[in-house]
Design a protein around this ligand. Structure first.
Ligand code: FUB
Length: 443
């Protein structure tokens, strides 16, 4: 499933891997959380935090990677950009490198990250530091000391049209705060102020953006049991803001955290957020996702319904992970890990009843006609599946027989005269039986 290219670099962090993934979660070979997406030089960069499992019941986060994509399908892992052992002020015993951000100013990239400070660093507890690079993917050089006057987590930076920069963060037990930054982007300019008139209750992960002169102050907020993503708007980067409502409901799975960013890329707005897809039993090992976000005419945000399908348009000639579906029938179908002990291997679709079906949209058949389709499948009973490619009323359908067997096999079937361009794919079980599907691929 993984297509890895390794590039030669001048230092360790330029060892980069390209992983073809257009669906949710976006990164499947490691845990990622708290994604801040930014557009730099026409490319989308995502700065998440990096969960690992240390065998404890709490977050364990030792370093940061950055990922980038031009097409929202091929994500490059640029490797580790900050390591807790290499930051002078960080207490590396704490594994506390929580949600980061990155912002560009005058050709320099400022990466902001929270961590627990060493006792002799001049700061106490969770605080925020910066690291600077000439490139969005590093190498980043950390400052010797954290930013003075910041006590808390989840830094977020915004530069307004007049060039004034702001830093926001979640003050532990002190609500959400903001302050002006000096021109050097490394010092507060004035006293931090609490962002007022926000709803009562647990709040963290502030993310501010501006659209059409309106400042959107967005943040995770516990309304009921776990974190929903919500927002308020105002006329000024430091408020006051008026609460507007929910961007994304709390996860039904009870993954306790959510953490997000909102970015416009090539004319479409996206919400980046996280869920514990690859670790259903332990919600401190999370995975980043992206879905489209839309505004109403009056500037309010439409609620985003989380999807598995995600946002990338998948070339028909790639392995299509149909288990990351856009729609699914109600009966006779389930999605399971290929191997429950190896979640990074991904998922499979299990068709168990006649007419059970699954749909996957936005598959790009391009201009060159495909001739056949390969289906990686397994069927202990043997089974017959139908595969339909359709665009509106035009459709092309074939059937493929999956021979009886207890091993995965790649079955090839003729598939000519498929409609060109971007299509939906539907897969269904034609008769009784049980068929498991890993992926399908046209050629
Ligand atoms: O990732 C650790 C913490 O969980 C973040 O800093 C919070 O926003 C929450 O997502």
């Amino acid at each position: 499933m993984k297509n890895v290219k390794v590039g030669l670099g001048i230092c360790f962090l330029l060892l980069s891997a390209v992983v073809a993934l257009a669906q949710n979660p976006l990164i499947r070979d490691q845990f990622t959380a708290d994604p801040t997406a930014r557009v730099f030089k026409g490319r989308i960069y995502v700065y998440p935090s990096h969960d690992v499992n240390c065998g404890t019941e709490w977050f364990c986060m030792k370093d940061y990677h950055v990922f980038s994509s031009e097409n929202l399908v091929d994500w490059t892992d640029h490797g580790m950009i900050i390591d807790q052992d290499k930051v002078a002020w960080v207490d590396a015993k704490q594994n506390s490198m929580w949600a980061p951000d990155c912002y560009e100013k005058d050709g320099k990239y400022f990466f902001y990250f929270p961590a627990i400070a060493k006792a002799d660093s001049g700061a106490k507890g969770m605080t925020v530091g910066a690291a600077i690079s000439d490139n969005p993917y590093g190498p980043f050089v950390p400052e010797e000391k954290p930013i003075r006057g910041v006590s808390g987590i989840d830094p977020n930076v915004f530069i307004d049209k007049d060039g004034q920069a702001y830093l926001y963060w979640a003050g532990v037990g002190k609500g959400l705060l903001g302050a002006r930054l000096k021109a050097n982007m490394l010092e507060l300019d004035g006293t931090p102020q609490t962002i007022e008139k926000l709803p009562e209750g647990m709040k963290e992960g502030p993310f501010l953006f501006e659209r059409n002169g309106v400042y959107y102050f967005t943040f995770p907020h516990v309304i009921k049991d776990t974190e929903a993503l919500v927002y308020a708007t105002g006329n000024n980067p430091l408020g006051p803001f008026e609460y507007k409502g929910i961007i994304m409901d709390e996860h039904p799975s009870k993954c306790w955290t959510n953490h997000h960013s909102i970015v416009e890329y090539k004319g479409q707005w996206y919400l980046f957020y996280h869920h514990n897809d690859l670790s259903p039993a332990f919600d401190k090992n999370r995975s980043i996702r992206a879905d489209r976000l839309f505004f109403n005419e009056d500037g309010t945000i439409q609620k985003v319904i989380p999807t598995l399908r995600g946002v990338g348009v998948v070339p028909a000639t790639r392995e299509i992970q149909i288990d990351r579906y856009s729609a699914i029938g109600e009966k006779g179908i389930s999605i399971e890990f290929l191997d429950g002990k190896k979640p990074f291997d991904g998922w499979k679709t299990i068709l168990k009843e006649k007419d059970a079906w699954i749909r996957f949209h936005d598959v790009d058949f391009g201009k060159k006609a495909v001739k056949s389709v390969k289906i990686k499948a397994m069927s202990e009973s043997g089974g017959s599946i139908g595969l339909r490619v359709r665009k509106g009323k035009a459709s092309r359908e074939i059937k493929a027989n999956i021979p009886k067997g207890i091993d995965w096999q790649v079955v090839k079937a003729d598939f000519r005269n498929a409609p060109s361009g971007i299509q939906d794919i539907e897969l269904f079980l034609r008769d009784s039986g049980r068929v498991e599907i890993d992926w399908i691929q046209f050629e």
